[in-house]
Ligand binder design. Structure first.
Ligand code: G6P
Length: 368
């Protein structure tokens, strides 16, 4: 067949491992590699200077890509962003200003709720951009501008490579917005783009954590609940980590903003509770460490994903520390997605679930 599992046991494993390559292809489509400047493949039919607000709408994993992008648009372009799941956005009759920007993210380009949200935004007079993996899809056809992800066919029901390719496209769009709005200088742009150019290699490095994660998966497989924590762009990744684990291993998991721990989930923590902390050594690292201390004080089992510097400075005992490569703090979600996906994958393999086709789920949800 056109798409096979190569030497992998599941499509999901193959798709996780393909990421350095397909994220690299996507990067090359959105960046001029010679000058390391953003070079969008299409001309945008609007000026970021006249946009006052961006609405990002999607479902599932794609909505978490949008949530990461919110941090990027707000930081690089000082542009306020609202993120919605499509099933809420479409019925809320959210007021959109004519000429503002609405972004729709979808691997398949066929998700019914996302399509309905797109039609609503168009009717309200918003500019519409679709970040889609299937260029012939309905969402691609009906939106004003299409920014394609070059993930290639994704077969595993749980999205992996489409997610990281969505992030790559959105990072470039956010940098372009920052440039257009005068919030980023040429030098800022060069630095950020350089950070993006490094991502595929760093994702390949991140794949080397696999053996360690496979071992850890045997521990996780014995748990009935897992908590994922993160701050900043690691917060949406914590949500994605929890989603991945529950959809393919059927273990209950929850993602939380690390700073919200004390407002509820801390009550759940005891010696049986694994807590995955996604904490690259970025500007909120210290804050996350203090949340980890709260977890450790209650006997929670910390699984820390951080870099060498973070591992050295985290003065908290963890069950396992997964040491990630050093990198530009802005783009950690693409690289930390790798161990997050591997953990869900290997846990599901230990549990013996149908990894590529989990019960009750569909690859593309074309009905409400
Ligand atoms: C389904 C899939 C998810 C996916 C979501 C959105 O629920 O199981 O993996 O994230 O749909 O799909 P889309 O094609 O719109 O990205």
């Amino acid at each position: 067949s056109l798409v096979d599992k190569a030497n992998y046991r599941h499509f999901m494993a193959k798709e996780i491992h393909e990421q350095p390559e397909v994220v690299g292809h996507t990067l090359a489509r959105y960046v001029d590699m010679a000058t390391e400047r953003v070079a969008l493949p299409v001309k945008l039919p609007f000026d970021f200077n006249t946009i006052q607000r961006v609405n990002i709408t999607a479902c599932g994993t794609a909505s978490y890509a949008g949530f990461v992008a919110k941090y990027w648009f707000e930081r690089f372009a000082r542009l306020p962003v609202e993120v919605d799941v499509a099933s809420e956005f479409r019925y809320r009759e959210a007021p959109l200003r004519k000429g503002d920007l609405a972004i729709f993210i979808s691997q398949s380009g066929e998700t019914a709720d996302t399509l309905a949200a797109l039609r609503y935004a168009k009717a309200e007079g918003a500019h519409t951009v679709a970040v889609v993996n299937v260029p012939t899809s309905t969402i691609a056809r009906e939106s004003e501008t299409v920014l394609q992800t070059l993930a290639g066919p994704e077969i595993g029901v749980a999205s992996t490579k489409a997610f990281t390719c969505q992030l790559m496209v959105l990072a470039n769009l956010a940098i372009a917005a920052g440039k257009a709005r005068g919030e980023l200088s040429d030098e800022d742009e060069a630095k950020l783009v350089h950070g993006l150019v490094e991502v595929p290699r760093l994702m390949a490095d991140a794949l080397t954590t696999e053996l360690q994660i496979e071992k850890l998966a045997h521990r996780i497989a014995k748990s009935s609940d897992v908590l994922y924590l993160g701050r900043g762009t690691s917060f949406p990744l914590a949500l994605e980590g929890a989603l991945k684990l529950k959809e393919i291993s059927y273990i209950h998991a929850e993602g939380y903003a690390a700073g919200e721990l004390k407002h509820g989930p801390i009550a759940l923590i005891d010696e049986t509770m694994p807590v995955v902390v996604i904490a690259p050594h970025d500007r909120v690292f210290e804050k996350t460490v203090s949340n980890m201390q709260e977890v450790a004080a209650r006997g929670g089992n910390i699984i820390l994903m951080t870099d060498a510097k973070g591992a050295e400075e985290a003065t908290v005992e963890s069950l396992v520390t997964i040491v990630m490569p050093d990198m530009s703090a802005a783009f950690t979600p693409m690289v930390y997605a790798v161990p997050v996906q591997l953990l869900a994958y290997h846990t599901a393999v230990v549990m013996g679930t149908d990894v590529d086709q989990p019960r009750n789920l569909a690859k593309s949800v074309t009905v409400e």
